[in-house]
Write a protein that binds this ligand. Sequence first.
Ligand code: ATP
Ligand code: MG
Ligand code: ZN
Length: 318
Amino acid sequence: MSYSKEIVEAVFSDFDKKRKNNEHQRNLRLFETYGVAPELKAIDYELSTTGLQILGASLQGKDGLEERLSSIKQRNKELQEKRAEILKSHGFDIDYTDMKYECDKCQDQGYVNEKMCSCLRTALITRQLESSGVGQLILGQGFENFDLTLYPENTRKDMSCIYEDLKGYANNFTKNSPNLLLVGGTGLGKTHLSTAIARAVIEKGYYVIYETATNVFSDFENDRFRDRYSGEEPVSSKYMECDLLIIDDLGTEVITNFTVSCLYNLINTRLNKRLPIIFSTNLISKEIVKLYNDRITSRLFGDFEIKKFSGCDNRKIK
Ligand SMILES: Nc1ncnc2c1ncn2[C@@H]1O[C@H](COP(=O)(O)OP(=O)(O)OP(=O)(O)O)[C@@H](O)[C@H]1O
Ligand SMILES: [Mg+2]
Ligand SMILES: [Zn+2]
Protein backbone atom coordinates (compact mmCIF):
# COMPACT_ATOMS: atom_id res chain seq x y z
CA MET A 1 0.00 0.00 0.00
CA SER A 2 1.23 3.44 -0.76
CA TYR A 3 -0.64 6.69 -0.67
CA SER A 4 0.31 10.32 -0.74
CA LYS A 5 0.81 12.05 2.58
CA GLU A 6 -2.32 14.16 1.98
CA ILE A 7 -4.52 11.11 1.49
CA VAL A 8 -3.22 9.32 4.56
CA GLU A 9 -3.55 12.46 6.69
CA ALA A 10 -7.07 13.14 5.47
CA VAL A 11 -8.24 9.59 6.15
CA PHE A 12 -6.60 9.47 9.59
CA SER A 13 -8.21 12.76 10.46
CA ASP A 14 -11.59 11.34 9.33
CA PHE A 15 -11.09 8.38 11.65
CA ASP A 16 -10.12 10.69 14.47
CA LYS A 17 -13.30 12.73 13.96
CA LYS A 18 -15.32 9.54 13.74
CA ARG A 19 -14.01 8.34 17.12
CA LYS A 20 -14.63 11.70 18.77
CA ASN A 21 -18.11 11.76 17.33
CA ASN A 22 -18.84 8.22 18.60
CA GLU A 23 -17.89 9.38 22.06
CA HIS A 24 -19.94 12.55 21.76
CA GLN A 25 -23.01 10.68 20.53
CA ARG A 26 -22.70 8.18 23.35
CA ASN A 27 -22.51 10.99 25.90
CA LEU A 28 -25.62 12.57 24.42
CA ARG A 29 -27.48 9.25 24.73
CA LEU A 30 -26.18 8.84 28.26
CA PHE A 31 -27.39 12.30 29.33
CA GLU A 32 -30.71 11.65 27.64
CA THR A 33 -31.20 8.57 29.84
CA TYR A 34 -30.03 10.45 32.96
CA GLY A 35 -32.70 13.05 32.16
CA VAL A 36 -35.52 10.54 32.39
CA ALA A 37 -33.94 8.10 34.85
CA PRO A 38 -31.55 10.01 37.19
CA GLU A 39 -31.03 6.89 39.34
CA LEU A 40 -28.78 5.58 36.53
CA LYS A 41 -26.15 8.14 37.48
CA ALA A 42 -25.42 6.52 40.83
CA ILE A 43 -25.32 3.07 39.23
CA ASP A 44 -22.88 4.25 36.57
CA TYR A 45 -20.74 5.90 39.19
CA GLU A 46 -20.53 2.68 41.17
CA LEU A 47 -19.82 0.66 38.03
CA SER A 48 -17.01 3.03 37.16
CA THR A 49 -15.27 2.21 40.45
CA THR A 50 -15.12 -1.54 39.76
CA GLY A 51 -11.46 -1.36 38.78
CA LEU A 52 -10.57 0.42 41.98
CA GLN A 53 -12.55 -2.08 44.05
CA ILE A 54 -10.63 -4.96 42.45
CA LEU A 55 -7.35 -3.20 43.15
CA GLY A 56 -8.39 -2.62 46.76
CA ALA A 57 -9.41 -6.26 47.15
CA SER A 58 -6.03 -7.46 45.86
CA LEU A 59 -4.12 -5.12 48.16
CA GLN A 60 -5.75 -6.75 51.16
CA GLY A 61 -3.65 -9.87 50.57
CA LYS A 62 -4.30 -13.35 49.29
CA ASP A 63 -6.43 -14.39 52.23
CA GLY A 64 -10.07 -14.44 51.19
CA LEU A 65 -9.22 -12.76 47.88
CA GLU A 66 -11.35 -15.10 45.85
CA GLU A 67 -14.45 -14.36 47.93
CA ARG A 68 -13.83 -10.62 47.79
CA LEU A 69 -13.43 -10.74 44.02
CA SER A 70 -16.51 -12.86 43.53
CA SER A 71 -18.60 -10.52 45.65
CA ILE A 72 -17.42 -7.56 43.53
CA LYS A 73 -18.30 -9.53 40.43
CA GLN A 74 -21.72 -10.38 41.85
CA ARG A 75 -22.42 -6.74 42.73
CA ASN A 76 -21.29 -5.69 39.26
CA LYS A 77 -23.66 -8.16 37.67
CA GLU A 78 -26.57 -6.95 39.78
CA LEU A 79 -25.86 -3.34 38.86
CA GLN A 80 -25.73 -4.20 35.16
CA GLU A 81 -29.03 -6.02 35.41
CA LYS A 82 -30.64 -3.15 37.33
CA ARG A 83 -29.33 -0.73 34.75
CA ALA A 84 -30.77 -2.77 31.89
CA GLU A 85 -34.13 -2.98 33.66
CA ILE A 86 -34.30 0.77 34.18
CA LEU A 87 -33.41 1.42 30.55
CA LYS A 88 -36.05 -1.05 29.40
CA SER A 89 -38.70 0.42 31.68
CA HIS A 90 -38.17 3.80 29.99
CA GLY A 91 -38.43 2.31 26.54
CA PHE A 92 -34.68 2.29 25.71
CA ASP A 93 -32.83 -0.65 24.23
CA ILE A 94 -30.51 -2.13 26.84
CA ASP A 95 -27.44 -1.26 24.75
CA TYR A 96 -28.70 2.27 24.15
CA THR A 97 -25.83 3.92 26.02
CA ASP A 98 -23.09 1.62 24.69
CA MET A 99 -20.50 3.01 22.30
CA LYS A 100 -21.66 2.56 18.70
CA TYR A 101 -19.09 2.13 15.95
CA GLU A 102 -19.27 2.39 12.19
CA CYS A 103 -17.02 -0.66 12.12
CA ASP A 104 -17.44 -3.12 14.96
CA LYS A 105 -14.42 -5.12 13.82
CA CYS A 106 -11.89 -2.44 14.74
CA GLN A 107 -14.14 -0.11 16.77
CA ASP A 108 -13.16 2.62 14.31
CA GLN A 109 -9.49 2.33 15.23
CA GLY A 110 -8.57 1.31 11.67
CA TYR A 111 -6.43 -1.55 12.94
CA VAL A 112 -7.12 -4.94 14.49
CA ASN A 113 -4.09 -6.52 16.18
CA GLU A 114 -1.83 -4.12 14.29
CA LYS A 115 -3.29 -5.28 10.97
CA MET A 116 -5.09 -2.75 8.81
CA CYS A 117 -8.85 -3.20 9.04
CA SER A 118 -10.84 -3.48 5.82
CA CYS A 119 -12.71 -0.27 6.71
CA LEU A 120 -9.47 1.74 6.71
CA ARG A 121 -8.38 0.13 3.47
CA THR A 122 -11.73 1.02 1.87
CA ALA A 123 -11.49 4.60 3.16
CA LEU A 124 -8.00 4.99 1.67
CA ILE A 125 -9.14 3.54 -1.65
CA THR A 126 -12.22 5.76 -1.78
CA ARG A 127 -10.12 8.87 -1.06
CA GLN A 128 -7.62 7.82 -3.67
CA LEU A 129 -10.39 7.25 -6.23
CA GLU A 130 -11.76 10.72 -5.48
CA SER A 131 -8.40 12.42 -5.78
CA SER A 132 -7.00 10.34 -8.64
CA GLY A 133 -8.45 12.67 -11.26
CA VAL A 134 -10.60 9.96 -12.83
CA GLY A 135 -13.71 11.35 -11.18
CA GLN A 136 -17.00 10.36 -12.75
CA LEU A 137 -15.33 8.54 -15.65
CA ILE A 138 -14.53 5.69 -13.36
CA LEU A 139 -18.18 4.86 -12.85
CA GLY A 140 -19.03 4.08 -16.47
CA GLN A 141 -15.71 2.94 -17.85
CA GLY A 142 -14.55 -0.34 -16.38
CA PHE A 143 -13.25 -3.59 -17.82
CA GLU A 144 -16.67 -5.08 -17.12
CA ASN A 145 -18.50 -2.84 -19.58
CA PHE A 146 -15.93 -2.82 -22.33
CA ASP A 147 -17.74 -4.20 -25.34
CA LEU A 148 -15.62 -5.97 -27.96
CA THR A 149 -18.56 -6.40 -30.35
CA LEU A 150 -18.40 -2.64 -31.04
CA TYR A 151 -15.25 -3.23 -33.11
CA PRO A 152 -15.52 -4.28 -36.75
CA GLU A 153 -14.71 -7.92 -37.28
CA ASN A 154 -11.30 -7.34 -38.84
CA THR A 155 -10.05 -5.50 -35.75
CA ARG A 156 -11.86 -7.42 -33.04
CA LYS A 157 -9.15 -10.00 -32.52
CA ASP A 158 -6.44 -7.37 -32.07
CA MET A 159 -8.65 -5.35 -29.76
CA SER A 160 -9.48 -8.45 -27.76
CA CYS A 161 -5.73 -9.03 -27.27
CA ILE A 162 -5.25 -5.43 -26.14
CA TYR A 163 -8.20 -5.73 -23.78
CA GLU A 164 -6.83 -8.94 -22.21
CA ASP A 165 -3.31 -7.46 -22.00
CA LEU A 166 -4.50 -4.33 -20.26
CA LYS A 167 -6.74 -6.24 -17.90
CA GLY A 168 -3.78 -8.46 -17.00
CA TYR A 169 -1.62 -5.37 -16.61
CA ALA A 170 -4.06 -3.91 -14.09
CA ASN A 171 -4.56 -7.17 -12.19
CA ASN A 172 -0.85 -7.91 -11.93
CA PHE A 173 0.27 -4.33 -11.43
CA THR A 174 3.41 -3.67 -9.42
CA LYS A 175 5.55 -0.54 -9.15
CA ASN A 176 7.85 -2.12 -11.71
CA SER A 177 5.19 -2.77 -14.33
CA PRO A 178 6.12 -1.64 -17.83
CA ASN A 179 5.27 1.72 -19.38
CA LEU A 180 2.50 1.76 -21.96
CA LEU A 181 1.72 3.93 -24.92
CA LEU A 182 -1.88 3.59 -26.07
CA VAL A 183 -2.19 4.93 -29.58
CA GLY A 184 -5.09 5.18 -32.00
CA GLY A 185 -7.82 7.34 -33.45
CA THR A 186 -10.66 8.98 -31.64
CA GLY A 187 -13.36 6.98 -29.88
CA LEU A 188 -11.50 3.66 -29.86
CA GLY A 189 -11.60 3.14 -26.10
CA LYS A 190 -8.21 4.45 -24.99
CA THR A 191 -9.62 6.63 -22.23
CA HIS A 192 -12.13 3.94 -21.32
CA LEU A 193 -9.41 1.34 -20.74
CA SER A 194 -7.06 3.86 -19.08
CA THR A 195 -9.66 4.66 -16.45
CA ALA A 196 -10.45 0.96 -16.06
CA ILE A 197 -6.75 0.40 -15.29
CA ALA A 198 -6.73 3.36 -12.89
CA ARG A 199 -9.64 2.00 -10.94
CA ALA A 200 -8.34 -1.58 -10.75
CA VAL A 201 -4.88 -0.45 -9.67
CA ILE A 202 -6.29 1.93 -7.06
CA GLU A 203 -8.39 -0.92 -5.73
CA LYS A 204 -5.22 -2.94 -5.33
CA GLY A 205 -4.03 -0.20 -2.98
CA TYR A 206 -1.68 1.80 -5.20
CA TYR A 207 -1.31 5.55 -5.49
CA VAL A 208 -2.52 6.36 -8.99
CA ILE A 209 -2.95 9.65 -10.78
CA TYR A 210 -4.94 10.00 -13.97
CA GLU A 211 -4.84 13.36 -15.71
CA THR A 212 -5.05 14.86 -19.17
CA ALA A 213 -1.83 16.16 -20.68
CA THR A 214 -3.25 19.70 -20.73
CA ASN A 215 -3.87 19.64 -16.97
CA VAL A 216 -0.52 18.05 -16.17
CA PHE A 217 1.39 20.72 -18.04
CA SER A 218 -0.71 23.51 -16.63
CA ASP A 219 0.25 22.26 -13.15
CA PHE A 220 3.91 22.41 -14.16
CA GLU A 221 3.32 25.89 -15.54
CA ASN A 222 1.70 27.05 -12.30
CA ASP A 223 4.55 25.64 -10.26
CA ARG A 224 6.95 27.64 -12.36
CA PHE A 225 5.42 30.88 -11.11
CA ARG A 226 4.80 29.67 -7.61
CA ASP A 227 6.48 31.41 -4.74
CA ARG A 228 9.56 29.30 -4.19
CA TYR A 229 9.82 30.41 -0.60
CA SER A 230 6.24 29.62 0.38
CA GLY A 231 7.34 26.31 1.85
CA GLU A 232 4.54 24.54 -0.04
CA GLU A 233 5.32 21.48 -2.08
CA PRO A 234 4.98 21.99 -5.84
CA VAL A 235 1.65 20.62 -7.16
CA SER A 236 3.48 18.75 -9.88
CA SER A 237 5.62 16.68 -7.51
CA LYS A 238 2.80 14.14 -7.27
CA TYR A 239 3.40 13.30 -10.95
CA MET A 240 6.93 12.24 -10.08
CA GLU A 241 5.97 10.30 -7.00
CA CYS A 242 2.76 8.35 -7.66
CA ASP A 243 3.01 4.60 -8.26
CA LEU A 244 1.22 4.81 -11.59
CA LEU A 245 0.83 7.95 -13.68
CA ILE A 246 -1.72 7.91 -16.49
CA ILE A 247 -1.58 10.85 -18.88
CA ASP A 248 -4.43 11.01 -21.33
CA ASP A 249 -4.48 12.81 -24.68
CA LEU A 250 -0.78 13.43 -25.04
CA GLY A 251 -0.37 15.89 -27.91
CA THR A 252 -3.48 17.94 -27.17
CA GLU A 253 -1.50 20.26 -24.88
CA VAL A 254 -0.08 23.48 -26.24
CA ILE A 255 3.44 22.35 -27.06
CA THR A 256 6.17 24.78 -26.09
CA ASN A 257 9.84 24.44 -25.17
CA PHE A 258 8.72 24.50 -21.57
CA THR A 259 6.18 21.65 -21.90
CA VAL A 260 8.63 19.56 -23.88
CA SER A 261 11.28 19.98 -21.23
CA CYS A 262 8.73 19.08 -18.52
CA LEU A 263 7.70 16.00 -20.43
CA TYR A 264 11.30 14.91 -20.83
CA ASN A 265 12.02 15.52 -17.18
CA LEU A 266 8.88 13.65 -16.14
CA ILE A 267 9.59 10.60 -18.30
CA ASN A 268 13.22 10.53 -17.32
CA THR A 269 12.59 10.88 -13.60
CA ARG A 270 10.01 8.11 -13.60
CA LEU A 271 12.15 5.82 -15.75
CA ASN A 272 15.02 6.29 -13.29
CA LYS A 273 12.76 5.53 -10.38
CA ARG A 274 11.24 2.61 -12.32
CA LEU A 275 7.76 3.97 -11.78
CA PRO A 276 5.42 3.30 -14.70
CA ILE A 277 3.59 5.79 -16.92
CA ILE A 278 0.73 5.16 -19.31
CA PHE A 279 0.24 7.66 -22.10
CA SER A 280 -2.66 7.66 -24.49
CA THR A 281 -2.59 9.65 -27.68
CA ASN A 282 -4.23 10.24 -31.05
CA LEU A 283 -0.86 11.06 -32.53
CA ILE A 284 0.69 8.68 -35.03
CA SER A 285 4.40 7.88 -34.79
CA LYS A 286 5.35 10.44 -37.41
CA GLU A 287 3.57 13.20 -35.51
CA ILE A 288 5.18 12.17 -32.24
CA VAL A 289 8.62 12.43 -33.83
CA LYS A 290 7.73 15.81 -35.28
CA LEU A 291 6.28 17.31 -32.09
CA TYR A 292 8.73 16.06 -29.49
CA ASN A 293 12.51 15.98 -29.48
CA ASP A 294 14.72 12.93 -30.04
CA ARG A 295 15.35 12.44 -26.39
CA ILE A 296 11.62 12.03 -25.75
CA THR A 297 10.80 9.96 -28.82
CA SER A 298 13.67 7.56 -28.29
CA ARG A 299 12.31 6.90 -24.80
CA LEU A 300 8.69 6.64 -25.93
CA PHE A 301 9.58 4.11 -28.61
CA GLY A 302 12.27 2.33 -26.60
CA ASP A 303 10.90 2.15 -23.08
CA PHE A 304 7.15 1.90 -23.68
CA GLU A 305 5.05 -1.03 -24.85
CA ILE A 306 2.95 0.27 -27.69
CA LYS A 307 -0.71 -0.78 -27.89
CA LYS A 308 -2.27 0.15 -31.21
CA PHE A 309 -6.03 0.61 -30.98
CA SER A 310 -8.00 0.08 -34.17
CA GLY A 311 -11.62 0.11 -35.30
CA CYS A 312 -14.24 2.76 -35.98
CA ASP A 313 -15.26 5.57 -33.63
CA ASN A 314 -17.22 3.84 -30.84
CA ARG A 315 -18.52 7.20 -29.70
CA LYS A 316 -20.52 7.41 -32.90
CA ILE A 317 -21.47 3.73 -32.91
CA LYS A 318 -22.84 3.91 -29.38
N1 ATP B 1 -15.14 -1.13 -26.50
C1 ATP B 1 -15.95 -0.26 -25.88
N2 ATP B 1 -16.96 -0.71 -25.11
C2 ATP B 1 -17.79 0.15 -24.51
N3 ATP B 1 -17.70 1.49 -24.62
C3 ATP B 1 -16.72 1.99 -25.37
C4 ATP B 1 -15.78 1.15 -26.01
N4 ATP B 1 -14.91 1.93 -26.69
C5 ATP B 1 -15.27 3.20 -26.45
N5 ATP B 1 -16.36 3.24 -25.67
C6 ATP B 1 -17.06 4.43 -25.22
O1 ATP B 1 -17.03 5.38 -26.24
C7 ATP B 1 -16.68 6.66 -25.75
C8 ATP B 1 -15.36 7.09 -26.35
O2 ATP B 1 -14.32 6.20 -25.93
P1 ATP B 1 -12.94 6.73 -25.32
O3 ATP B 1 -13.18 8.01 -24.65
O4 ATP B 1 -12.34 5.67 -24.55
O5 ATP B 1 -12.16 6.95 -26.66
P2 ATP B 1 -10.68 7.42 -26.87
O6 ATP B 1 -9.97 6.35 -27.61
O7 ATP B 1 -10.11 7.88 -25.60
O8 ATP B 1 -10.90 8.66 -27.87
P3 ATP B 1 -10.12 10.05 -27.95
O9 ATP B 1 -8.87 9.76 -28.70
O10 ATP B 1 -11.04 10.93 -28.72
O11 ATP B 1 -9.87 10.54 -26.58
C9 ATP B 1 -16.63 6.52 -24.24
O12 ATP B 1 -17.90 6.87 -23.73
C10 ATP B 1 -16.36 5.05 -24.03
O13 ATP B 1 -16.91 4.59 -22.80
MG1 MG C 1 -9.62 9.76 -24.84
ZN1 ZN D 1 -12.66 -1.40 10.78
